[in-house]
Ligand binder design. Structure first.
Ligand code: MG
Length: 269
């Protein structure tokens, strides 16, 4: 397993430079704005990736419109679940796929949203239909479409992957998200969808303590993710890809926490 960090596409040059200085070899590039995903940008990213020796393992592609990370507005604003934004966001993800193709990147990751837990609903079927269209497009580009975990239970995510059934679907397992949303223990989640994991985030967090707000994201090692057990289980299910550290703060403290996370993870992988 290699270690990496998630970095903003918009600041790729300084991101790559910093990762090289910190001794990383991989990254995921992240952007919620697909308008910057141009041929020129792709050219620049490829050159910088070579220059600094940082491999881009996946494009974490966001989408336009509101996004509220909570239990109330979240279901109505996040990912491809809300009908209001679905069509536009699918177009944006297709653009992201084309951009990743220019980069030679085979994995596109996003939050699809609060996947409907009940499969016998119109809401569920219409989402499956839309995902088939998107995943087929991504497949034609020779790529995988990865669901970032968190807003659904592991079994619902597995069911969606089975029902979309395009053969190019995977999971980007963010162990903290499963905890922040109170959906599952990430170690046990591997029993459910372990075979589909193609990406992993190195992030930690606490369970929610009230019904309105997500749990708190914290420094890796200080939350509820049992990293020794998690890494051990990842190895057991045959995962050998990168662990991409994600720390959702900014500034000097973010860098300090990323270095600490790297040291902790190096001992376990
Ligand atoms: Mg994540």
């Amino acid at each position: 397993m290699e270690l990496g960090v998630i970095i903003p596409l918009y600041h790729f040059e300084e991101g790559f430079k910093k990762l090289q200085e910190l001794g990383f070899t991989t990254c995921q590039l992240n952007s919620f704005d697909v308008s910057i995903m141009t041929e020129d940008m792709a050219k620049g990213v490829k050159e910088a990736s070579k220059k600094y020796g940082i491999r881009v393992s996946a494009l974490w592609c966001g989408w336009s419109g509101p996004h509220v990370w909570d239990f109330y507005e979240g279901p109505h604003t996040l990912g491809l679940v809300p009908l209001t934004y679905r069509e536009t966001r699918i177009k944006e993800l297709k653009k992201g796929s084309d951009f990743a193709k220019m980069l030679g990147v085979t994995d596109i990751v996003t939050h699809v949203g609060y996947l409907p837990e009940v499969p016998t609903t119109t809401e569920y079927h219409s989402l499956i239909y839309a995902l088939k269209d998107l995943a087929s497009y991504i497949k034609k580009n020779g790529q995988y479409f990865l669901f970032e975990t968190g807003q659904e239970t592991p079994i619902t995510l597995k069911r969606v992957i089975e029902d979309v059934g395009t053969g190019n679907l995977g999971v980007n397992l963010d162990p903290a998200n499963l905890i922040l949303y109170g959906k599952a223990n990430p170690v046990d989640a591997l029993d459910v969808f372990g075979e589909y994991v193609r990406g992993v985030h190195g992030k930690d967090g606490l369970y929610p303590t009230d019904g309105h707000h997500l749990g708190k994201e914290v420094k890796l090692g200080e939350g509820k993710v049992n990293f020794p057990a998690f890494i051990k289980r990842l190895k057991e299910v045959g995962y050998d890809g990168p662990i991409t550290i994600e720390r959702e703060i900014t500034g000097e403290q973010q860098t300090k926490d990323i270095i600490a996370a790297k040291e902790l993870l190096e001992k376990l992988i």
